[in-house]
Structures are given as structure tokens and as C-alpha cells.
Design a protein around this ligand. Structure first.
Ligand SMILES: Cc1cc2nc3c(=O)[nH]c(=O)nc-3n(C[C@H](O)[C@H](O)[C@H](O)COP(=O)(O)O)c2cc1C
Length: 360
């Protein structure tokens, strides 16, 4: 196989959808808001994903949600991830997200969180040779004319090979690509992702396989591409508060960001997120991001604490400008771009709840 020549910046395809680069930004519940996805595209991800949205929430309207899915044109190509266990509900959700602009529909078959698995969704779908999973893929692929993809863990229990047994069946049922995070649900995020399984999956199916798990450097991403034969690598936790990693993977040589760059990027992220979620929900939601961003730039420890006490965008910005005075000019330079995003009224907002119970 001529995989040695692959580069992270190659264009590749999922069905008829062209993806400009082999770096995919992972779906992460409670993280992959629109600002995160847009940032991912801006820094070099070829494809971004929404966090999982509940097909069941559509029906029962009783989920605790962070908000509702919103999609804008500049996120594309965009995969929207749906989860659930009932084929007709998933098919309905898929139709909605495609109508709103999703280029791909991804089905979550990896979520290890009890709240999700006890409903028969997430990684439990992979049991029994992927019987239930295949029925879902069939229903969804029959409902929409964009490519349908599936994201899996290896299975529920440690050592499980459920994803390998199910993979070919899902492709037969209509999956146009598969993502594998080769940890078990039992493992959650402990241990390491066993990408020998990713290589096995690649050898079993004739659609693109995306490798997810523990990608945190360019060297690691390239090694995975070459050792597994995967078509692309997915980056999750390492991109939290660190879009510069995506830039590095995409071949930009920037090195560590300066304090001004970190503060300006955080201000932009805060503004965009508050535009999406409103200040009341956005400010508490953003607190975990402060800690992630402040791993860069060598700021004083007290800044994070101070930011946690801020209740408005203005207060957050004042603290960041005081710590990194050059950030203000950078933000001013970004303002035209931010203004071009408008007030969000051009976005399509769907009645699809973003679950707060995510995982994968
Ligand atoms: C906070 C968090 C939320 C996640 N939410 C989702 C999700 O909604 N759907 C999904 O398929 N995977 C989800 N995942 C799993 C990631 O997409 C990814 O497969 C996993 O984190 C391994 O990649 P990493 O080592 O690059 O983080 C989530 C992971 C984290 C850390």
C-alpha cells in the first residue's frame, strides 16, 4: 500500500464530500460549540464535527441541554453527530441536520456515559456483531443523500473487538467512513488508545477510517497515518484551548503562541461563544476553557482564578488585556472578521438539543 506518501495536508474524500486535509476536529460534548468548530477550520482542520445531538430529545423534549444546534456556512465541511437507539428517530434527526446544512451525518456508537448507554445508544450498539447498529445505519443512509459515517469505541469491555466485528457490517449497511477510538467504554480515558485495532479495521473495510485517540503532536499524527493506513487523524483533548496544535499539524510553523496571541484568541472565543449561547449560559460554560488556554503564554496563576470570578464578557476582556496588553490591538484587527459573522441571525438553529451528557 502506498500509504508512506500520505501527508496531513492532502485532500481526501468521504463519499462525494471533499475534505481539505487529514486533520479532523473531534466531536466533544460540552466543548464543540460553534466557536470551537470555526476556530478548528480557521487553524487548519479539514473537517469539524458538532458535538452529539440527541435524536431522542427531539421526540421527548425533556433532555437537559446546553442549548440547540446552530450551523453556519463557514463551518463547512461539517459533520453533525446524532445519537439515539431507534432507527426512525435517527432517520428523522438526520433529515433535519442535513436540511440545516450538515455535509455529513455521523452516528455516535462510542459514547460510554451511562445516561446514554442505558437507553441502548452509544457504544452498546456495537454488541452482537453490530446488529442494532447496522439497522440504524441503514435507516439513516436511506433517509438522507449525504454520506453517513459512524464513530465507535472498540466496544464496551476491556479487550473487546466489537468494533471490528461490526465495522464491515456498518459499511455494508451504508456507512461511508468509520472513526475508531480504540479504547473500551470501561476504560473511559485511561490507558492508551490501541491503534493496532485501527490498522485492523483499515484492512477490513474499503471506506476511509479516521483514527481517534491520543493525537497530540505532528509526529504522533504522522506516525498514525503511516502505521495504520488510516485516511485521517482526529484530534480531541489536545485541541482544547490549543488551536495552535491544529496549525502545527497543518504544517504552519508558529511554535508556542505569545501571551498576546493566547489572550486575543481567548477573547475571540469568548465573544463568539457568548454570541451563540448568550452571556448567562456562555460565561459559566467558558470557565473550563480559561484553564485550557492559560496552559499557554506563561500567565500568572491568579489570572485563572480572577477569570472564574468574572460575570460578563467585559470583565473577562479587561482581565485578559491587563495581563497581555498587546492582545487588544490583535482583537481590534479581528473585529472586522467578527462583525462579518453577524449577530447569528443568519445561522440555522435547529430544535435539536445539544446533550450535556456526552462522551465517546
Ligand atoms: C469532553 C469530551 C466530550 C466528548 N464528547 C464526544 C461526543 O459527543 N461524541 C463522540 O463521538 N465522542 C466524544 N468524545 C470523544 C472524542 O471525540 C475522542 O474520540 C476521544 O476524546 C479520544 O481522542 P483524544 O485522545 O484526541 O481526546 C468526547 C471526548 C471528550 C474528552
Amino acid at each position: 500500500m502506498a500509504v508512506a506518501a500520505r501527508s496531513l495536508t492532502d485532500t481526501w474524500s468521504i463519499g462525494a464530500v471533499e475534505v481539505p486535509g487529514r486533520i479532523v476536529l473531534a466531536p466533544m460534548a460540552g466543548v464543540s460549540v460553534q466557536a470551537f468548530r470555526r476556530q478548528g477550520r480557521r487553524f487548519g482542520a479539514g473537517l469539524v464535527c458538532s458535538e452529539m445531538v440527541s435524536a431522542c430529545g427531539l421526540h421527548h423534549r425533556n433532555e437537559r441541554t446546553l442549548g440547540y444546534l446552530r450551523i453556519a456556512a463557514d463551518e463547512r465541511p461539517l459533520a453533525v453527530q446524532i445519537f439515539g437507539s431507534e432507527p426512525p428517530l435517527l432517520a428523522e434527526a438526520a433529515r433535519m441536520v442535513v436540511e440545516a446544512g450538515a455535509d455529513l451525518v455521523d452516528i455516535n456508537m462510542g459514547c460510554p456515559v451511562k445516561k446514554v448507554t442505558k437507553t441502548g445508544a452509544g457504544c452498546t450498539l456495537l454488541a452482537n456483531g453490530g446488529e442494532a447498529a447496522a439497522r440504524i445505519v441503514e435507516a439513516v443512509a436511506g433517509a438522507v443523500d449525504v454520506p453517513v459515517t459512524v464513530k465507535m469505541r472498540r466496544g464496551e469491555r476491556d479487550g473487546s473487538r466489537d468494533a471490528l466485528a461490526a465495522g464491515p457490517r456498518l459499511v455494508e449497511a451504508g456507512a461511508a467512513a468509520l472513526t475508531l477510538h480504540p479504547r473500551s467504554a470501561q476504560q473511559m480515558y485511561t490507558g492508551t488508545a490501541d491503534h493496532a485495532l485501527t490498522a485492523e479495521l483499515v484492512s477490513l473495510v474499503d471506506v476511509p477510517v479516521i483514527a481517534s485517540g491520543d493525537v497530540n503532536s505532528r509526529a504522533r499524527a504522522e506516525a498514525l497515518l503511516h502505521s495504520t493506513g488510516c485516511e485521517a487523524v482526529m484530534v480531541g483533548r489536545a485541541a482544547q484551548g490549543n488551536p495552535w496544535l491544529l496549525g502545527e499539524l497543518a504544517g504552519r510553523d508558529g511554535g508556542e503562541p505569545t501571551p498576546d496571541e493566547v489572550a486575543a484568541e481567548l477573547v475571540r472565543f469568548v465573544r463568539e461563544t457568548v454570541r451563540e449561547l448568550g452571556e448567562h449560559r456562555g460565561i459559566p460554560f467558558l470557565r473550563k476553557f480559561h484553564g485550557w488556554y492559560l496552559r499557554h503564554g506563561g500567565f500568572q496563576r491568579t489570572l485563572r482564578q480572577d477569570l472564574s470570578g468574572a460575570n460578563t464578557v467585559e470583565e473577562v476582556e479587561a482581565l485578559l488585556y491587563a495581563a497581555a496588553p498587546g492582545a487588544r490591538a490583535r482583537v481590534v484587527a479581528m473585529e472586522a472578521e467578527l462583525a462579518a459573522l453577524g449577530d447569528g441571525s443568519d445561522d440555522v438553529e435547529l430544535g435539536l438539543p445539544i446533550s450535556i451528557y456526552g462522551g465517546g
